[in-house]
Design a protein around this ligand. Structure first.
Ligand SMILES: [Mg+2]
Ligand SMILES: [Zn+2]
Length: 169
């Protein structure tokens, strides 16, 4: 399969409900319609990834192991719905650490694009926060920021209907 799009999603309040220091698998709540959209995207030859700020790790409120077990559960739940998660990156730092990966910095997004090693992909970053949109804009790659609301499906249709087909390949 030739992939045409890379769609990166923020995690909290974009794909799943924002639960502070989420560490219990039973607290993973998919927002309305998300699994259906992800399924449709994966059927369109799309690489699907997640980029999430998790300063709770830096603050000591969430261990790396707890975060990884949540990530594994998310990956498993997606798989059960026929969706394969290509990439997942997180920033564990606190704001004052001034790292290059905490959104609105573009480090997480750049890392995913670099790993994909493809200049012909159409790239989107979907998020619910202004800082998500700033991260997309700050990237040295061309990434279209798509701002969405946690309880609405508005905006997702732009990604599903994007002109990636017209690019050929
Ligand atoms: Mg969010
Ligand atoms: Zn960071």
């Amino acid at each position: 399969m030739t992939f045409k799009k890379l769609v990166i999603f923020d995690r909290d309040d974009t794909l799943i409900r924002d639960v502070p220091n989420l560490k219990s698998v039973s607290d993973i709540n998919w927002l309305p319609g998300r699994l259906g959209i992800l399924k449709a995207l994966s059927e369109q030859s799309t690489l699907i990834a997640i980029a999430t700020n998790q300063s709770a790790i830096g603050r000591g409120l969430l261990s790396v192991e707890e975060f990884e077990s949540i990530s594994e559960a998310i990956r498993r739940q997606l798989k059960e719905n026929g969706i394969s998660l290509w990439g997942l990156v997180a920033c564990p730092h606190m704001p004052f650490e001034n790292c290059g990966c905490r959104k609105p910095k573009p480090g997480l997004l750049n890392r995913l694009v670099e790993v994909a090693q493809r200049s012909d992909l159409e790239i989107f970053f979907v998020g619910n926060a202004d800082s998500d949109m700033e991260a997309a804009k700050a990237s040295r790659f061309q990434i279209s920021g798509v701002k969405i609301e946690p309880t609405s499906l508005n905006g997702f249709e732009n990604i599903l209907n994007s002109r990636a087909e017209a690019k050929g390949k």
